[in-house]
Design a protein around this ligand. Structure first.
Ligand SMILES: Nc1ncnc2c1ncn2[C@@H]1O[C@H](COP(=O)(O)OP(=O)(O)O)[C@@H](O)[C@H]1O
Ligand SMILES: [Mg+2]
Length: 727
C-alpha cells in the first residue's frame, strides 16, 4: 500500500481505492469526507491517471483553493496544476468560453453580478411601467434567480406563473422575458445563466458533451447535500446519465444498463445534516436519492470524527437528535486520543451570558488572551468568531480594532461594496481601453463592449480626481456615449469645445490621460501594479483621508481598497508565471464577477495572522481550534423571518430544522474549545432588544457545560476571571 494511504482509516481507504463506478459517502461532520476526496485524487494521479481526467467541484473558491493546496502536498506540483478543481460557476464559465460557438454565445460575454442584475430588473420594471416600490427589484431578481436554479427559461416560467394567483410571480414572468432579452443584447449573463447555459450546451450538442465525458473520467463533488437542481443536472450530464429521480417518468435502469456513460466514476460526499442552503435552492433529495440514481453505487459510511474532542462530539450528537426531519441515523464517534492513549474529552463547553453585545466581545477578547498566555503556541488564526448574521460582525470588529487584535472578516457583500466596485470599474474600463487601443475589435464589437462599460465610466465622473459637477456630467452625456471617449477622436474634440470652463476641460483630458498612463504601464506590469496604479493615479485614498477626519467609516474604506490590492497580489502569485498580464486581467475580472455570488464570501484581512470572523454559512467545511459562537438567542438563531409568520406549521418547522443544522455546523467547526455566548440584552439593528437564550442551548447536556455570566464579581477586571465559579 502507498505510504500516504496509511494516514487514513480502513473505511476511508476503501473509498479512496474504489476508483471505478459511482460512490457515495454520506457521513457526519469532521469524519474526513473532504480528506477522502483529496487522497483519492492523489491516489489516482499516483496510479497514472492523467490530471486532465479529473474534475473536482466544490462550493466556494476558498474551498477549491484549499483543496488544490492540500493536493500539492501529496502529489507532484506539475500534475496538480492540470487538475480541474473549481466551483460550479467557474466550471460553467470556463466551458462556456471554450465552447462559446456551440453555445451560441459571444466568447467575450460578460458576467453580471447581483447588483448588475438588480439594476437590469429595475430597468425592465420601468419599461413595463410597474411600480418599483411595490415590486422590489431585488425580490424579483431573486425569484428569477431561483427559477434559473430550477432550469426554467422565461417561457416555462411563465407557464408555471399562470398557475398561481401570486401577483409577484406573474410580474416576474413578464420581467423575466424582457430581462433575458436585455442580457442577450448586451452579451451578458447572470450567475443562474452560467449553469443554465452549460446544461443547455450539453443538451443541444451531444458531440461537445461527449468530449467532456471522455475527458472527465473521474468526477468528485464535495458538499453534495447543497447542490441545487441545475448543478445536479449538470453532474448527471457529465456522467452520461439520462433521467433521474427528479424526472416524472423516471424508472431506475436495470443494473446492467446502468453504466451507460463513459464516466460513471462519480464520487460524491456530503452530509444531509449540514444542508444549509435550502434558501438558495439546494435540494437535499439530490444526495438522498443518489442510490436511486445509481443503483449499482457503492456507499461508504464514515463515523469516526477526527476533528473535535469527545465533549464537542457528544454535544453535536445531542443537537442532531433534535433535528425533526432526519433521513438517516448517523451519530459521530470521537476518536481523538491523548498521548497516553485515552480518549480526549477536552475542556467543557463554555456558555457565557453577557450583559450586552459589547460585553460579549470583551469576554471573547479576555478568553483569547488567557488561552494565548497559557499556551504561547496558539496563534490568532486558531480562533474563529461565528455568527448567524453578518451584522453581528460589526461590533466584534469595533472591539477588536480598539484592542489591537488582528482579524479577518469574511464579507458576503465584499465585491459589491462601493469602494471595491469603484476599482473594478476602473479595471473594466482599462480592459476595454486596451482592446480599443490595440485595434483588435471590429466596430460592431467595439460598440457592443463599449455599451457594457458606459456605467463604469459614468461612475468615474463622480470620483476623484474628476468630480465632475452635475452640469458637466449633463453636458457630457448629451454629447456622446461615455465609451466613445476612448474610441472616437472627433467626439473628443467636440466635447472639449462644448465644455465651457477651463477646469472642466482639464478634468476631461485627465480622464483620458489616466487610462493612457495605465495602459502604457500595463504591459510590463503585474496586476498588483495596475491596481496600485489605479489607486494612485486616481488619488483614490484621498477621498477618505481628506474629507473625513479619520472616522471608522473612512478607515474601513481604505481597508477595502487595500483588500482589492491584496486580491491582485494573490492572483499574481497564483497565475503570474504562466499567464500574460492581459489575460490575467480578464481572468481577474471574471473571477471577481463569479465571486460576487452570494454564496461566496471574500475576506478582508488586516494582518497576515488574524482571528477569523465569519457567518455560519461561510464556515461550512472549515475547522478551527477554538470557536466562539456568538448571539445564541431566539430571533438570531433560529433567525426570525417576519415573512415566516404566515407559513404553515410544517414549513415553519422546516425552517427551524435548517437553523438547527446551522447550529450543528457551527459547533462542529471546533477542534478543541467551544464557547457559546448570548447577551442579556443587545442593540439589534439600532434597537435595544431582549431576546431569550436560543432554544438550541437547552438541548446540550448540562454535564458538558461550564456556565458563566456577566454579573459575577464586582470588579470588571475580575469579572471574566471569576466566571468559572458561577454556575
Ligand atoms: N484518518 C484520519 N487520520 C487523521 N486525521 C484525519 C483522518 N481523517 C480526517 N482527519 C482530519 O479530521 C479533520 C476533518 O476532516 P475533513 O476531511 O475536513 O472532514 P469533513 O469533510 O468530513 O468535515 C481534518 O483535520 C482532517 O485532516
Ligand atoms: Mg468537508
Amino acid at each position: 500500500m502507498d505510504e500516504f494511504l496509511k494516514q487514513l482509516n480502513d473505511k476511508q481507504i476503501e473509498a479512496v481505492k474504489c476508483t471505478e463506478g459511482p460512490l457515495l459517502i454520506l457521513a457526519g461532520a469532521g469524519s474526513g469526507k473532504t480528506r477522502v476526496i483529496i487522497y483519492r485524487i492523489a491516489h489516482l494521479l499516483k496510479n497514472g491517471v492523467p490530471p486532465w481526467n479529473i474534475l473536482a467541484m466544490t462550493f466556494t473558491n476558498k474551498a477549491a483553493n484549499q483543496m488544490k493546496e492540500r493536493i500539492t502536498m501529496l502529489a507532484d506540483k506539475r500534475s496538480s496544476q492540470d487538475l480541474w478543481i473549481s466551483t460550479y460557476h467557474s466550471f460553467g464559465a470556463k466551458i462556456l468560453r471554450i465552447e462559446a460557438e456551440g453555445a451560441g454565445l459571444n466568447r467575450n460575454f460578460t458576467i453580471y453580478d447581483d447588483s448588475d442584475s438588480k439594476k437590469l430588473v429595475e430597468a425592465c420594471l420601468k419599461e413595463l411601467n410597474l411600480d418599483t416600490e411595490k415590486y422590489r427589484p431585488s425580490v424579483i431578481a431573486n425569484v428569477i434567480s431561483s427559477a434559473k436554479d430550477k432550469l426554467l427559461d422565461p417561457e416555462s416560467y411563465s407557464v408555471h406563473a399562470l398557475t398561481t394567483s401570486e401577483s409577484i410571480k406573474r410580474v416576474t414572468a413578464d420581467v423575466y422575458e424582457i430581462y433575458q432579452k436585455k442580457l442577450k443584447a448586451a452579451d451578458a449573463m447572470d450567475f443562474g445563466d452560467i449553469l443554465r447555459y452549460t446544461v443547455e450546451l450539453f443538451k443541444n450538442n451531444p458531440r461537445i458533451l461527449e468530449k467532456y465525458q471522455e475527458r472527465f473520467r473521474y468526477i468528485m463533488i464535495d458538499e453534495y447535500q447543497d447542490t441545487n437542481y441545475a448543478q445536479y443536472v449538470l453532474c448527471k450530464k457529465l456522467v452520461g446519465l439520462a433521467g433521474g429521480h427528479r424526472d416524472v417518468n423516471y424508472t431506475p435502469p436495470a443494473p446492467s444498463e446502468n453504466l451507460i456513460g463513459p464516466s460513471t466514476n462519480l464520487f460524491v460526499v456530503g452530509d444531509d445534516d449540514q444542508s444549509i442552503y435550502e434558501w438558495r435552492g439546494a435540494d437535499i433529495r439530490n444526495i438522498l436519492f443518489f442510490e436511486k440514481d445509481f443503483p449499482n453505487c457503492k456507499t461508504v459510511k464514515l463515523v469516526k470524527n477526527y476533528r473535535s474532542t469527545a465533549n464537542i462530539i457528544t454535544a453535536a450528537n445531542e443537537v442532531f437528535k433534535g433535528i425533526k426531519e432526519k433521513h438517516l441515523i448517523k451519530q459521530i464517534e470521537a476518536v481523538k486520543r491523548k498521548k497516553d492513549g485515552s480518549l480526549e474529552f477536552g475542556d467543557a463547553i463554555t456558555v457565557y451570558m453577557a450583559s450586552d453585545e459589547t460585553d460579549e466581545i470583551n469576554f471573547i477578547v479576555f478568553e483569547m488572551n488567557e488561552i494565548r498566555k497559557k499556551n504561547p503556541a496558539v496563534r490568532w488564526n486558531d480562533f474563529a468568531v461565528l455568527y448567524r448574521v453578518h451584522e453581528q460582525s460589526k461590533i466584534a470588529k469595533r472591539v477588536f480594532e480598539n484592542q489591537g487584535i488582528p482579524y479577518i472578516v469574511y464579507n458576503p457583500r465584499f465585491w459589491q461594496l462601493r469602494e471595491v466596485q469603484d476599482i473594478c470599474s476602473y479595471l473594466k474600463v482599462l480592459a476595454f481601453y486596451l482592446k480599443a487601443r490595440a485595434g483588435v475589435l471590429t466596430d460592431a464589437a467595439l460598440s457592443k463592449e463599449g455599451e457594457a462599460i458606459n456605467d463604469d465610466i459614468k461612475r468615474m465622473y463622480y470620483l476623484p480626481p474628476l468630480n465632475f459637477s452635475p452640469i458637466e456630467t449633463e453636458i457630457m452625456s448629451h454629447t456622446f456615449k461615455p465609451y466613445e471617449l476612448f474610441t472616437n477622436e472627433e467626439m473628443r474634440r467636440k466635447m472639449l469645445a462644448r465644455l465651457p470652463e477651463e477646469t472642466s476641460r482639464e478634468k476631461f483630458l485627465k480622464l483620458v490621460e489616466i487610462f493612457s498612463h495605465l495602459a502604457d504601464d500595463f504591459k510590463m506590469s503585474s496586476l498588483e501594479n495596475t491596481v496600485s496604479g489605479i489607486i494612485e493615479s486616481c488619488d483614490y485614498l484621498s477621498v477618505y483621508k481628506k474629507n473625513v477626519v479619520e472616522t471608522e467609516q473612512s478607515r474601513e474604506s481604505v481597508r477595502y481598497v487595500m483588500a482589492v490590492r491584496e486580491e491582485a497580489v494573490d492572483f499574481d502569485r497564483s497565475y503570474g508565471a504562466n499567464i500574460p498580464v492581459s489575460d490575467r486581467l480578464s481572468m481577474f475580472l471574471e473571477n471577481i464577477a463569479i465571486r460576487s455570488n452570494p454564496t461566496e464570501q471574500s475576506e478582508l484581512k488586516t494582518k497576515s495572522e488574524y482571528v477569523n470572523l465569519m457567518s455560519l454559512h461561510a464556515a461550512k467545511g472549515l475547522e478551527f481550534n477554538t470557536v466562539f459562537f456568538i448571539g445564541l438567542e431566539e430571533n438570531i438563531i433560529p433567525i426570525r423571518h417576519y415573512s415566516a409568520e404566515k407559513l404553515k406549521k410544517k414549513d415553519k418547522e422546516r425552517r427551524v430544522d435548517e437553523e438547527r443544522r446551522l447550529f450543528y455546523v457551527g459547533i462542529t467547526r471546533a477542534k478543541e474549545r467551544l464557547y457559546l455566548t448570548y447577551a442579556d440584552s443587545r442593540l439589534w439593528y439600532s434597537k435595544k432588544q431582549r431576546f431569550a437564550p436560543s432554544r438550541f442551548l437547552a438541548c446540550l447536556p448540562k454535564r458538558l457545560l461550564d456556565r458563566g455570566s456577566f454579573n459575577v464579581g464586582f470588579f470588571s477586571k475580575m469579572k471574566y476571571g471569576l466566571k468559572r465559579i458561577f454556575s
